[in-house]
Design a protein around this ligand. Sequence first.
Ligand SMILES: Cc1ncc(COP(=O)(O)O)c(C=O)c1O
Length: 394
Amino acid sequence: MFETLKKATLDKIFVLMAEYAADPRTGKIDLGVGVYKDPGNNTPIMSAVKKAEQRILDGARTKTYKGVVGNKEFSAAIVDLALANTVEASRIRCVNGAGGTGALMILMHVLGRARPGGRIFISDPTWPNHIPLAENAGLEVHYYPYFDPRSRAVDFDAMIKVIDGLNSNDTILLHGCCHNPTGANLTPAQWDRVVESLRRTGAFPLVDLAYLGFGDGIEADAYGVRKVATSVPECMIAFSASKNFGLYRERAGVAIAIARDSETADVVSSQMQNIIRGTISQTPDHGAEVVRVILEDKDLRAEWEAELTEMRERMKRLRVKLADAIRQRSNSKDFDFIAQHSGMFSLLGLPEAVVTKLKLDDAIYMINDSRINVAGIPEDRVGELADKLLAAIR
Ligand SMILES: Cc1ncc(COP(=O)(O)O)c(C=O)c1O
């Protein structure tokens, strides 16, 4: 039977992770995988998470099924965090997803059912998994330009030109903040302009919110998603708690649908539940419950916010240090964009041959498209990293 199968291609990031793990060189640098790293190069469990887990462990009385919609209090806490009461609750319906990917999977399938074969416009470039997620739901993938490879900033003129040309049968996928892979983000004024266009064309927005709080703080990072949610009659949001709560393997996420009225919202909810039932039946609860406990408890919430702030500020500091080190050595502002970007990533705009050379000669690992995870920059070796980057591009 298996002889009928062809070998499927794995996401390149897993190949890179395996190569990095197998590299015997001491002093190797991992700027590849998209997880937060602390100064010791570890991806720690946040202390608020540890405390919440202990409470859950002490208080747990059952492991019975939670139900198809998952942990409702977790969903409510996330809606509150992301939207802060800006949208009438009767129009909102949620189900848990297995991580942000699971939330996207559910929402893409809702789109696929509502508009079989419909067009979805995705930023070029984007997080690679957006494409199979959309295709698996039967959507037709199209792109809008996003990144100017020369300035390494958002190419807003090119982007808005395509968005202005969408129609009411189209869907647009927007990164809520901390764009992956580029690190270049829309300003509030640019979000306003995008929303003005969506109101005019009627194109349907799906916002992927995987890094809330990793860019400029929860409120600032929520500007775009709140602008969208409060301005158009219907939209969807995929929330991930993987990065901002450090819960990667626990698979905590929420699929949020905002409909024009409560009756329509009920229909969407039934579709989301039907999709879960026919695929994974129930979503994992541990990570969801951890987030619920943290967000519902004043002290744990304050502790989590402080830890998130520390992570964000560390990433910002590493950005500034690397940009400064490159500027001092090269006497040019060509890499200043690293300090202007926000979130966990920056797309350096290096040719693939340079990326390969850095890996082979210097044991510096980054994604083929030259995306770096700034949290992986070793703070005490920024100068050495700048030297090696500059030597590789000369
Ligand atoms: C843009 C984007 N969306 C969604 C996700 C989904 O994350 P997860 O499924 O691990 O919660 C990621 C993870 O890397 C991402 O970068």
